[in-house]
Design a protein. Structure first.
Length: 580
């Protein structure tokens, strides 16, 4: 197994950093061997030049000195954000002390406590299969440390395997968690609550932004969601399973789509499968943390108590101190877990069972003439559409693939369209046809792809659109969408064909402030958060792997509902049509 970035590496060379440093009122330190390096900096042993035998604290003879070049990505706007984070968390249980920080030549320098081996080194020393007692101690202390950090407000969401070190303290080790700057961050690391308001931060998702270690990051981190307390705990869960089993199911993925494939596998791996061979406490821990809500306050006492049964009661000397964890349990007045305390059990996520569903979105409208046709063959589709327009004045508002060479169509009299054309094509999509219709002021108002590569495109006159474009891609084209949003385009239609996406964007729509939900399963929590913020679903589509929802703010406020069905939802549609 390849050794991760940031672990202890003993090197004699100082790698271009100064041989001695002094920042602010610090003593002079001689720079010795390298301890580690990462994406933003490198850490060396610093030895105090003036004679001093103190091993810890402000006057320690040996310290850790971190160097970050002023031109590195993390320092483009000044000192690293870590400085601010350590200042705000000063004195927090489980964090090392920072004694000095400042600029020396071309480097931002931070002088902090020298710690012992990190978890990677400890795991290797244990033959890459850590004893359960030690893992249980790590779990309990890490949860206690995270509770203290969360009380201060920031989250950090990084792999605890990489960033946790131990320091000899009497007959056992103490656990410490390090803070790492977000990879590529140009702004301070997010907090789960606002600095001034003390309220939980707002929910959001930006799928093109990922910060963290792919192997241990939470699913929400992969998906670009605003991180919160649950994500630190999910990352810890993966770390603990790795320490016990020596492997995680999603290891081994490489290439440009690594993040996508790892996230997909995390979503499809049930807690039972992930924790196979581990004591029940690990499965229970994973189930709790992956089912937490975005703004949920973890029951730290309950989580600590899960692992208490794995510690040998007759063992007078534990490998790692659990003083902090015991205080967490005592503070709550509980030492055992009672899962029956929950008034209403949560619906479990990530069961590992794939399923396909129809997704319906209901928007209330005034009574109007509307028709739904399903199981419509290729040959019958065009005739049915023509009959609807000619005989009833109905225009297509939605078209969808209903299986091989089968289609579902919704037509109604309230579209506002003045004319409409339709093309059923063996291509995904027929670019020449679409371009020609654009010249005639027809714009795409609905489209659908099929798994066999066919597509059905509906283009209408009478819309408010003044310009339109579309993108076909094998991955969801979030970067293209972001670019077009800046040019005042809005997403007006989406579809898929197999694993291929098509997104249509238009100018001069009645939509504004669009946001995206992209997930590997139905994002019920994300949808609720978007509704609370005043957004409504205006587009939705899915591949066999992912589902995408576009939310917009509209001029008229209305209540929206969604539904899911394993078969084409004829009954549900009839109920939906009766909405006022």
């Amino acid at each position: 197994m390849e050794k991760p970035v940031g672990v202890k590496v003993a090197e004699a060379s100082t790698g271009g950093v100064p041989e001695t440093v002094k920042v602010g009122r610090s003593p002079v330190y001689r720079i010795e061997r390298k301890l580690g390096k990462g994406g933003f900096g490198q850490v060396f042993v610093g030895r105090r030049v003036s004679g001093c035998t103190t091993r810890t604290g402000l006057k320690a003879s040996e310290v850790a000195v971190k160097f970050e070049h002023f031109k590195s990505k993390g320092c483009t706007d000044g000192p690293p954000y870590e400085w601010q984070a350590y200042s705000s968390l000063k004195g927090c249980y489980g964090l090392p002390s920072v004694h000095h920080k400042g600029r020396h030549g071309d480097y931002y320098i931070m002088v902090m406590d020298m710690l012992g081996p990190n978890l990677w080194d400890a795991w290797c020393s244990d033959g890459r299969m850590m004893p359960l007692t030690k893992v249980a101690c790590i779990a309990m202390e890490a949860i206690a440390i995270l509770e203290r950090i969360h009380l201060k407000g920031p989250w950090f969401g990084y792999a605890i395997l990489y960033l946790t070190s131990m320091k000899k303290h009497g007959s056992h080790f103490k656990l410490f968690v390090l803070i790492k700057q977000a990879m590529g961050a140009k702004t301070p690391t997010s907090r789960w609550k606002g600095t001034l308001s003390n309220q939980h931060v707002d929910y959001d998702q930006k799928p093109d932004i990922f910060r963290g270690a792919v192997r241990y990051a939470s699913v929400h981190a992969h998906l670009g969601r605003t991180l919160s307390r649950r994500d630190d705990l999910e990352s810890l869960a993966y770390t603990l399973v790795y320490l016990v089993t020596g492997r995680l199911p999603w290891q081994g993925h490489e290439g440009d789509t690594k993040n996508f494939r790892v996230c997909r596998e995390k979503m499809s791996t049930s807690p039972k499968s992930l924790c196979f061979g581990c004591p029940p406490a690990f499965k229970q821990f994973v189930e709790i943390v992956v089912n937490m809500n975005f703004d949920e306050v973890p029951n730290y006492s309950e989580l600590v108590s899960l692992f208490k049964c794995l510690i040998e009661p007759c063992n007078p000397v534990l490998p790692i101190s659990i003083d902090g964890a015991l205080k967490v349990v005592q503070k709550r007045g509980r030492s055992t877990v009672n899962f029956e305390d929950n008034e209403q059990p949560k619906k479990k996520l990530r069961l590992g069972d794939p399923a396909s569903r129809w997704i319906l979105v209901y928007n209330p409208r005034l009574p109007m003439k509307q028709r739904c046709h399903y199981n419509v063959s290729d040959l019958r589709l065009s005739r049915l559409i023509d009959e609807g327009v000619t005989d009833n004045g109905l225009y297509i508002s939605c078209v969808a693939s209903d299986g091989p060479n089968q289609w579902a169509v919704i037509m109604n009299a309230g579209t506002g369209f003045s004319d409409q054309v339709h093309l059923l094509s063996d291509k995904f999509l027929h670019q020449e046809y679409i371009t020609n219709q654009w010249k005639k002021k027809f714009f795409i108002t609905s489209l659908s792809g099929a798994a066999n590569g066919k597509s059905s495109v509906v283009m209408s006159q009478g819309t408010s659109y003044t310009s339109q474009c579309y993108q076909v891609d094998n991955t969801f084209p979030i970067k293209w969408i972001n670019t077009k949003w800046k040019e005042d385009y809005q997403v007006t239609s989406m579809t898929t064909s197999g694993n291929c996406w098509c997104v249509v964007m238009s100018k001069n729509t009645a939509l504004s402030d669009q946001v995206l939900e992209l997930d590997f399963q139905y994002p019920s929590e994300g949808i609720r958060w978007r509704w609370r913020s005043g957004h409504r679903i205006t587009c939705a589509t899915a591949t066999p792997d992912q589902v995408a929802f576009i939310f917009s703010k509209t001029k008229v406020k209305y209540i929206q509902q969604t539904g899911r069905s394993a078969v084409f939802p004829t009954t549900a549609l009839e109920v939906g049509y009766s909405l006022p």
